[in-house]
Design a protein around this ligand. Structure first.
Ligand SMILES: [Cu+2]
Length: 308
């Protein structure tokens, strides 16, 4: 059990030495009045500043812009909103810790800087402080773990009976999107199938010929991911989420789109020479527009035998 208080007399062989020749070391306790006052002021203001900064950050998080999202793309699904909120919460926690640590460092530099050669008050073996800085990180990790696990379970949830199912097939170097709920009896695939071209690497290039993924707002959309060759990864950027597309290991996830969106999706796993050209078009549209589009695809693919 370590001693909690400074021993009255120096331990043998380790005498305390005052380097201040003008003032004896015994005057230290009474001479530290102004120092203590400053320390008290620091103890009062550092937590207040930390709380003010935390409140500022937390309330700024109510508005959604590139700064408050801390670099995350504007979410277009319910799940993406949860991911962004977790990201913002983690940043707020990190800022609060940072403000306390920086505040303590700056307070130490300002209020406890060297003013004389007097050896400062020794406060080692302070058991409460040692317990505090052991327990507090455990609590912080526990809180971060709790919210991460909770949100991960939500994002990974696969509720039964999704409104729309999309089979995503990744291959070197392109994508195929199939809608097994929407039949095309006269085509070789038997279902609505979207194929396209690999991006030709030019700007502007053949963006209009990339495979098209279209999904409706406000409906649950299940993605079943399969690969025919190597590991790819499926990434619609404002889903704020990626999932690997692995041969012989079907992967799944589900989203509920909330916002109309048109953009380019990507492969995000280096899968070979033309990995960077493995792009696809993404359209999030209203449920009525989706229905009309699917009907048009069925009619067109029925008459063409599935050739696009
Ligand atoms: Cu790929």
């Amino acid at each position: 059990m370590p001693a909690l208080v400074e021993p009255e007399s120096p331990p043998p062989g380790r005498p305390y030495v005052s380097l201040n020749r003008s003032a004896p070391s015994s005057a230290g306790a009474s001479g530290s009045g102004p120092l203590r006052a400053r320390a008290r002021r620091a103890r009062r203001w550092v937590p207040r500043a930390a709380i003010a900064a935390g409140v500022l950050l937390a309330t700024a998080g109510c508005q959604s812009n590139a700064f408050t999202r801390m670099g995350m793309p504007a979410p277009v699904t319910k799940q993406a909103k949860v991911v962004v909120t977790l990201w913002q919460g983690s940043w707020i926690a990190a800022w609060c810790v940072g403000i306390v640590v920086w505040g303590a460092i700056i307070a130490a530099v300002i209020f406890f800087r060297k003013r004389s050669d007097r050896v400062p008050e020794q406060v080692r073996y302070n058991l409460p402080i040692e317990i505090l800085y052991t327990v507090v990180p455990f609590i912080m990790v526990g809180v971060l773990f709790f919210f991460t696990a909770r949100d991960e379970n939500y994002v990974d949830a696969l509720p039964p009976h999704p409104d729309v199912v999309v089979t995503v097939t990744g291959f070197q170097w392109g994508w195929e999107f199939q809608y097994p709920q929407y039949k095309v009896p006269k085509s070789e695939y038997g279902q609505v199938t979207e194929l396209g071209q690999t991006w030709n690497g030019e700007v502007p290039g053949n963006e209009n010929q990339l495979p098209l993924l279209e999904i409706p707002i406000g409906q649950t959309v299940r993605f079943n991911l399969v690969s025919t060759d190597v590991i790819h990864a499926f990434w619609v950027v404002p889903f704020d989420f990626k999932r690997d597309v692995i041969p012989d290991h079907p992967n799944h996830f589900e989203v509920t789109p909330t916002t109309a969106y048109t953009g380019i999706g990507r492969c995000t796993e280096l899968c070979g020479l033309y990995h960077s050209r493995m792009l696809f078009r993404v359209k999030i549209v209203s449920a009525a527009q989706f229905k009309a589009w699917i009907a048009a695809q069925q009619a067109q693919q029925n008459s063409s035998g599935g050739v696009q």
